[in-house]
Design a protein around this ligand. Structure first.
Ligand code: HEC
Length: 593
């Protein structure tokens, strides 16, 4: 009897684990896709799409909000059941360069490598490498546009080495483009969307490209061939997401780990939460792990929930070779109990990952998707941007901007003691300072999102907007003097004129600086260059329009969110299109000269 029960369980297990695509469709898709609405693709239309594209729509496309409560196997099952086998369409032959050979010097003459040109994460390109001054910026003209096929978001920042532009995409395609002309040298298909910027590391006799994807995989490609050298899942949790860029030192790469489990908790049946933010150190050579440090202790079951959880790391770590430390900034807790390393700046030893000191800025911050239904939540004041390491006023400062709208300066020699703090925005769940600030050694330039959203209730299943954005609220750029935290100038936001759906003046994208100029992109689709001395606008380009593209794919710009402008050798590269956060979709990478 006992034995029969045992075997019955054994037989039942695999069946329970494998999702039925048909059942997922009936439960989660049919109510809209069987309606016969002319604005919703029918099942017959979906059946003609590649399964990879359906999966992408769920993971990072128009269906992202619907898929929030679905786990990975449900998404894969329904995509496979609906769609056709095989991958995405190959790029058209006309997109490729006549000469596809990749030339990379061991010491590149010009570059922007990774999240920031320097390990300090200041996002400052010096005059020589920028090849651009105030006059040059005033005369910037569009040189080429590249469109990511099938995507509705362009959120990856390019890395440029000696005329090679390496960039990821929401479709998970990694490209090597000619930085001058935009023609394609090679394409590599990753397993998930890639928004982390790519770090090129010279190891042994070759260049390796290191980056993470939105499903927890971390990759090393050969920069010359675009072929995979190794690939490793740095976090087994289903909801892991690698958004922050990696940094490397002496043959070791440091990978920040965050997650989307916070959104998963919008399903009331979901037992929130078990994901833990971490920093992982891997050998560049083969991806083997050197150390891994979690930001919270292992979760335990507490009633119907699990905790502690959260404290994801969303941004590139900051290396401090002199002190032998690596700094990360962290996000909120998803569930109780609260912990000390959430919404904090944390200093770890480069050698072994041991935590040396930490400074928390918002305590008691438990937040998840369940908070829509429950007001009993924290303010969701993550850090989404890296701490900048600078010397000012005879001190080494770590400057970190938070979604709370406050910029904090900490003394690197005094275990993160606060030197000054300045409020630059209202702060909210949507930020505050979101993806990054820039510093030219005098000032730090902090743009704020402060996007204002209200629930959109259409009663029309074809209208997928979950929120409307206020066309007049949010945005603004503040210059702060590093030595004492005084406000030097404030450049107000530009209300959307005329207002249009998805347009907001918010400035969530990371800021970039070169001598005399500060670049800041907005959700209104504009990339603007401001004078570093007084904040007046020097140059303004509206990217929210159609583009003829070098690869022949229809291109359209939209909101600018996520990374910031990249400036190398007289050229400025800008990504445009961000359909999340209720912004305007788009799929282009633009190059100005
Ligand atoms: C609330 C209604 C609704 C539900 C539920 C829904 N969809 Fe959709 N879906 C839409 C609408 C509307 C569009 C068209 C969006 C557009 O073109 O902007 C769409 C478009 C799509 C597309 C086309 C994306 C592209 O790249 O063009 C795919 C694929 C898709 N849905 C898959 C699914 C799957 C799979 C499910 C179930 C897991 C699902 N949808 C559930 C409303 C829905």
């Amino acid at each position: 009897m006992r034995l029969r029960i045992f075997f019955a369980i054994l037989l039942a297990l695999p069946a329970a684990a494998a999702e039925s695509g048909e059942a997922v469709y009936a439960q989660r898709c049919a109510r809209c896709h069987e309606l016969g609405s002319d604005r919703i693709p029918t099942r017959e239309t979906l059946r003609k799409m590649p399964a990879t594209r359906i999966l992408r729509a769920l993971n990072y496309g128009v269906m992202i909000a619907i898929a929030y409560t679905m786990n990975t196997s449900q998404r894969e099952a329904v995509a496979k059941w609906l769609g056709t086998p095989g991958g995405d369409p190959e790029p058209s032959p006309a997109a490729f360069c006549a000469d596809r050979s990749v030339k990379l010097a061991a010491r590149p003459a010009s570059q922007w490598n990774g999240w920031s040109p320097g390990a300090d994460n200041a996002r400052f390109q010096p005059a020589g490498a920028a090849g651009l001054n105030v006059d040059g910026v005033r005369n910037l003209k569009l040189k080429w546009a590249y469109a990511f096929e099938g995507d509705i978001t362009a959120f990856a920042q390019p890395t440029i080495l000696d005329g090679n532009l390496f960039v990821g995409s929401a479709g998970g395609a990694i490209h090597d483009l000619d930085a001058q002309t935009g023609c394609t040298r090679w394409v590599y298909q990753a397993s998930g969307p890639v928004r982390s910027s790519i770090l090129a590391v010279h190891e042994g006799a070759r260049y390796m490209l290191l980056f993470g994807d939105q499903s927890g995989w971390f990759y090393a490609l050969d920069a010359v061939t675009g072929k995979l050298l190794w690939k490793k899942k740095v976090e087994a949790h289903d909801a892991a997401r690698l958004t922050g860029a990696p940094v490397a030192f002496h043959g070791v790469v440091f990978v920040p780990v965050a997650s989307w489990e916070e959104n998963r908790a919008s399903d009331p049946a979901y037992e929130c939460c078990t994901m833990r933010g971490s920093l992982v150190a891997l050998r560049v050579r083969d991806g083997s792990q050197v150390w891994k440090t979690y930001m919270v202790d292992p979760p335990k079951r507490i009633g119907k929930k699990f905790g502690p959880s959260g404290a994801g790391i969303w941004s590139a770590p900051t290396l401090d070779i002199k002190r032998g430390l690596i700094y990360v900034t962290t996000g909120d807790n998803y569930s109780n109990p609260v912990t000390k390393l959430s919404d904090a700046v944390v200093a770890l030893r480069i050698a072994d990952g041991r935590i040396v000191w930490s400074r928390q800025f918002t305590d008691n911050d438990v937040f998840s998707g369940a908070c829509v239904a429950s007001p009993d939540c924290g303010p969701d004041f993550d850090f989404g941007s890296s701490a900048i390491l600078v010397n000012a006023g005879g001190r080494s400062l770590l400057v970190a901007g938070q979604k709370s709208g406050v910029v904090h300066a900490l003394d690197a020699d005094k275990r993160g003691e606060v030197v000054w703090e300045l409020r630059v925005g209202k702060g909210s769940r949507n930020g505050g300072v979101l993806w990054g600030m820039a510093s030219d050694g005098q000032n730090v330039y902090a743009a704020v999102s402060d996007v204002s959203r209200k629930t959109h209730k259409p009663g029309d299943p074809a209208d997928l907007r979950t929120n409307d954005v206020d066309p007049a609220a949010g945005g603004g750029l503040t210059a702060i003097r590093l030595s004492d935290g005084a406000k030097v100038w404030y450049a107000p936001a530009h209300p959307c004129d005329p207002p249009k759906p998805g347009c907001s003046p918010s400035q969530p994208a990371a800021v970039t600086a070169i001598p005399g100029v500060v670049f800041s992109g907005s959700n209104d689709g504009h990339m603007r260059a401001y004078a570093a001395e007084d904040g007046r606008v020097l140059w303004d380009f509206d990217t929210a329009r159609d583009f003829d593209t070098v690869n022949g794919v229809p291109g359209h710009g939209g909101s600018i969110d996520g990374p910031g402008a990249v400036v190398v050798k007289g050229m400025v590269y800008v990504n445009s299109g961000y359909s999340r956060q209720s912004g305007m979709p788009g799929n282009v990478l633009l190059a100005f000269q």
